[in-house]
Design a binder for this molecule. Structure first.
Ligand code: SAH
Ligand code: DHB
Ligand code: MG
Length: 222
């Protein structure tokens, strides 16, 4: 199997089932025009996040890593009336693009992009006694995944879902000797999850336009 085949199949699947609309396409176009890296979730992955959020009945969603707001639009659209999305982004230029794209998608009243180091924003949410989130999507700097998982546990409730992107990275995650800080971050996060009695989890490998990668899914149970 080759990247070319994975891309062709993703284009087929997204074409037949996902139906990306103008706001989502525009979010990718304006992100690219602004020079943001092209690392948003794929359309079929965005729709997966959307379906998970709808199925979980999520009313409050937290995202770590906004980029240009592409995944935030998918997640924000899953919210019922009165729902809320908080997305954290360190890069003010990315945050500005994300805010504009969320506005363009009609989500400006629902979604908020907070600029700053995610670790600081997460601590602030805890300090402020933020109402727990029903779904957390972790998709920022991978070396900090263990820290983000710990914060996510503090900011969720039994029944919440935590989703972590990019946990396979071309298969490198299987290498226990890896010195790559992203691989080490993902592996350390998995060890935390495995040792944590308050959660139950799995992870799945994916192939597609974004290459060979995967998601970890964590249900908070107590
Ligand atoms: N979720 C987005 C993609 C996010 S890419 C989507 O699928 O559409 C990762 C983002 O995390 C980048 O915009 C990067 O600037 C941001 N990031 C990196 N380190 C961060 C940190 N310490 N705190 C908050 N955001 C960070
Ligand atoms: C990278 C980051 C992501 O969140 C992603 O989905 C793909 C790639 C990266 O930093 O290379
Ligand atoms: Mg990602």
């Amino acid at each position: 199997m080759t990247q070319q085949q994975w891309t062709a199949v993703d284009e087929y699947l997204s074409g037949v089932l996902v139906g990306e609309d103008a706001a989502l396409s525009a979010a990718l176009a304006t992100s690219k025009a602004a020079g943001l890296p092209e690392i948003a979730v794929a359309p079929n992955q965005g729709k997966l996040l959307h379906l998970l959020a709808v199925t979980a009945g999520a009313r409050r969603i937290l995202e770590v890593g906004s980029l240009g707001g592409y995944s935030a639009i998918w997640l924000g659209r899953a919210l019922p009336a009165g729902g809320r999305l908080v997305s954290l982004e360190i890069n003010p230029a990315h945050a500005a693009v994300a805010r504009a794209n969320l506005h363009e998608a009609g989500l400006e009243k629902v979604a908020e992009v907070r600029t700053g180091r995610a670790a600081d924003s997460l601590a602030e949410l805890v300090d402020d006694g933020a109402e727990p989130f029903d779904l957390v999507f972790i998709d920022a700097d991978k070396p900090s995944n263990p820290e983000y998982f710990r914060w996510a546990l503090k900011l969720t409730h039994p029944g919440s879902l935590i989703v972590i992107d990019n946990v396979v990275r071309g298969g490198a995650v299987a290498d226990g000797q890896s010195t790559d800080p992203s691989v080490r971050g993902v592996r350390e996060m998995h060890e935390l999850i495995a040792a944590e009695p308050r959660v139950t989890a799995t992870a799945v490998q994916t192939v597609g336009v974004k290459g060979y990668d995967g998601f970890t899914l964590v249900r908070v149970i107590g």
